[in-house]
Design a protein around this ligand. Structure first.
Ligand code: CMC
Length: 430
């Protein structure tokens, strides 16, 4: 990050030098940290469309080319050749592990998958019909009440234990939220199963029958986890960083991230996309929905389309699409009406002038719901699965921030447009 170049800002006949920071790759960044002190002005950027909130070594996105790298490795290579726990190691520690490091990491995660037994009772306080995301926000937030011994953020060992606990326990908590919502008994994790198989087992097995995880489905599940593992400074990650910047403990920060992810413009889009496909129902109704998406007076958007950063095909969506074809083939699902609507909608939207001009491509959420639904998950579980996959990204970003000596509490400023100072008027005189 060199800052030998600078830009000049002329304001009220005064000139200010703004250092230019040069990233490894990507657009240069104007450093405005001293601007308020020197020139008494703020910059204005609602939605942070032009603002870099931190420097980071974890993930890189080139939205125009449709590229995504974790620690420099392209997502397509990781999805094809690696697996989720190896990707977790890469995101957390910066390098791919050697065989011993991987074995040790897998063993540490595997041996933290059970949750405190008292948590079962905590779950029972929720209504059965609660959305699993509602339950997860509460239960993950409550982890700080169950695991006090890893909440001291100043202690690197405690930070490490908290990271492992979160990665290990989130699938267990997501599966418990699901089991609770359908009135089935909780299923304990099994140490001999890999991460993805374990999750499928905790979701789909019941005490009354033997459940064997299909390795091909476990592989597809693992790939979904990998594709969602991190995505630089998106809304939920920025939420985790902002919450963490005040010194809040990691469990509280991840609960904040889960709450943010839930929104339909972010992680909630996978549920919304499948529900939209079902609502469209048949191919002949697609034009009606395309017309609504284009209508400025209709708030409707095509869920699973568009992205703040990608102005080209979302690279995760490409892998997800291949995976969807594989899973549907494997399960012998060929004439599914939702799938037909999805394929036709994608085709029409990619040829439509409105979508071409606005660079609106299918995103990761467009296809993930199709796979998850084929695997047997209800739509309400789509966003919890996104949350458990993204936990490693959140925690890697949180650890990076806590370890950064430049870390300050996040505190944006505002453009105040409210009333000027005025005197209080007694109620009788108003
Ligand atoms: N359908 C129809 N029009 C759209 C869509 C869409 N899905 N997305 C954006 N537009 C239009 C939007 O109306 C705007 O038009 P105009 O310039 O005429 O005002 C233009 O395209 C630019 O959109 P924007 O809303 O200003 O872009 P943004 O960067 O603020 O929003 C987004 C990005 C992802 C929130 C938005 O595209 C969206 O709401 N998409 C649907 C929800 C979705 O699929 N979200 C998942 C994102 S990927 C996974 C994740 O990050 O969690």
């Amino acid at each position: 990050m060199a800052d030998t170049k600078s830009a000049k800002l002329v304001l009220n006949d005064q000139s200010y030098d703004l250092p230019i920071l040069t990233p490894t790759i990507g657009p240069e960044v104007l450093d405005i940290r001293k601007l308020y002190g020197q020139a008494d002005v703020f910059t204005y950027d609602p939605g942070f469309t032009s603002t870099a909130s931190c420097d980071s070594t974890i993930t890189f996105i080139d939205g125009d080319k449709g590229e995504l790298w974790y620690r420099g490795y392209p997502i397509e290579q990781l999805a094809a050749k690696s697996h989720y726990l190896e990707v977790c190691y890469l995101l957390l520690y910066g390098e791919l592990p050697d065989a011993d490091q991987l074995k040790d990491f897998e063993s540490r995660v595997t041996h933290h998958t059970m949750v405190h037994e008292q948590m079962n009772n905590f779950f029972r306080g929720f209504r059965r019909d609660a959305h699993p995301m509602a339950t997860m926000v509460g239960v993950v937030g409550a982890m700080s009440a169950f695991y006090h011994d890893s909440t001291d953020i100043a202690d690197p060992w405690q930070r490490e234990v908290a990271a492992i606990r979160l990665i290990a326990k989130l699938p267990t908590i997501a599966a418990m939220a699901y089991k609770y919502s359908i009135g089935q008994p909780f299923v304990y994790p099994q140490n001999e199963l890999d991460y993805a198989s374990n999750f499928l087992h905790m979701c789909f097995s019941v005490p009354a029958a033997k459940y064997t995880v299909d390795p091909a489905l476990a592989r597809a599940m693992d790939r979904i986890f990998t594709l969602h593992a991190d995505h630089e400074q998106n809304a939920s990650t920025s939420t985790v960083r902002l919450a963490g910047s005040s010194g809040a403990n990691p469990f509280a920060c991840i609960a904040a991230g889960i709450a943010c992810l839930w929104g339909p413009a972010h992680g909630g889009a996978n549920q919304a996309a499948l529900e939209m496909l079902k609502e469209i129902g048949t191919v002949d109704r697609i034009p009606e929905y395309i017309a609504r998406a284009k209508d400025k007076n209709d708030p409707f958007k095509l869920m699973g389309f568009g992205h703040r950063v990608y102005k080209n095909f979302d690279p995760r969506a490409k892998v997800m699409k291949e995976s969807a074809d594989e899973v549907l083939d494997l399960l012998g699902i060929h004439n599914n009406p939702t799938l037909q609507v999805a394929k036709e909608l994608e085709k029409i939207a990619l040829e439509d002038e409105y979508f071409i001009e606005k660079k609106l491509y299918p995103n990761v959420d467009f296809y993930s719901g199709i796979i998850l639904s084929a695997m047997g998950f209800p739509t309400s579980m789509f966003t919890p699965i996104f949350a458990l996959s993204r936990t490693v990204g959140w925690i890697a970003q949180w650890k990076e921030m806590i370890g950064d000596p430049q870390n300050k509490i996040g505190r944006p400023r505002q453009l105040y447009v409210g009333s000027n100072k005025r005197d209080y008027v007694d109620v009788a005189k108003r």
